[in-house]
Design a protein around this ligand. Structure first.
Ligand code: OAD
Length: 244
């Protein structure tokens, strides 16, 4: 199923960088952002929900949307795509898993040291102090910071906000130093994550793109579209690269 131009570099790789997007969680039942049929944005305008201004304007609306997403997470499980990346961690000397997702499913699947570029909706932080809060009541009403009494917010990156500097630094170092870059389930539209694959290809590392469609994805030498769903392609890739 996979050419040697994909399997050989993967088998030989010492350092592999992986960037995942909403597509790897699609088979767990979590809508992606941009898929026309089921995408979250199809029903909401991001400006109304995922910005600091939206939260300041109507904290209860934003809190309710994120609470519903968190509650839905309790009903979903990691899928074979997440689990294949855990298996890949055991096959290469150094794997850095970078995710744009905020669902925490990689960690639940068993991946370690996940670089969460856009935060994690299972964590909260104080909106006023911008510091994490460990214990918080999962209430319908917006909970108050135990220190200052201000509203708590989901610990995610909203539109217009900076990414956590340490996470971005780790992601860029991994992309710039890897032998193979694997992009899984992302439309690769949102910066700065979208530039990570090209940091790898600029140094001659092959870029493997796992996605049911090649639409909108960069093509060229060293870029290998692996067309299909992550939950199918990734397990097959592991089986072919490292047959038992
Ligand atoms: P998108 O919804 O933009 O893209 C999802 C990608 O997954 C698309 O390219 C789909 O073709 C692909 N896809 C769908 N089902 C798949 C499957 N079963 N297996 C593999 N791929 C599949 O989601 P992201 O690229 O993650 O940012 O979006 C990036 C960022 O845009 C998000 O992190 C979010 C959003 O604005 C913030 O919230 C800051």
């Amino acid at each position: 199923m996979f050419p040697d131009s994909v399997l050989a570099p993967l088998r030989a790789a010492r350092r592999v960088a992986v960037l995942t997007g909403a597509g790897i969680s699609a088979e767990s039942g979590i809508p992606t952002f941009r898929d026309a049929l089921t995408g979250l944005w199809a029903r909401f305008r991001p400006e109304d929900l995922a910005t600091p201004e939206a939260f300041a304007r109507d904290p209860a609306l934003v809190w309710r949307w994120y609470r519903e997403r968190r509650q839905r997470l309790r009903t979903v499980e990691p899928n074979p795509g997440h689990r294949a990346l855990v298996a890949l961690e055991g096959r290469v000397p150094e794997l850095t898993l970078i995710t744009q997702n905020v669902d925490g499913l990689h960690a639940r699947a068993g991946s370690r040291g996940v670089v969460e570029l856009h935060g994690n909706i299972t964590r909260v932080r104080c909106f006023a102090e911008d510091t994490p809060v460990e214990e918080w009541p999962d209430t319908e009403a917006v909970p108050a910071c135990p220190r200052c009494g201000g509203p708590l917010r989901p610990d995610v990156v909203w539109f217009g906000e900076m990414l956590p500097p340490a996470a971005l630094e780790r992601a860029r170092a991994a992309a710039g130093g890897c032998d193979v870059f694997l992009s899984v389930g992302t439309s690769n539209l949102v910066e700065p994550a979208a530039s990570l694959p090209w940091l790898a290809s600029a140094r001659g590392a092959p870029v493997l793109i796992v996605n049911p469609t090649a639409d909108g994805q960069r093509a060229g030498p060293g870029i290998h579209p692996l067309l299909g769903k992550a939950g199918v392609v990734l397990p097959a890739l592991l089986r072919e690269a490292w047959p038992e």
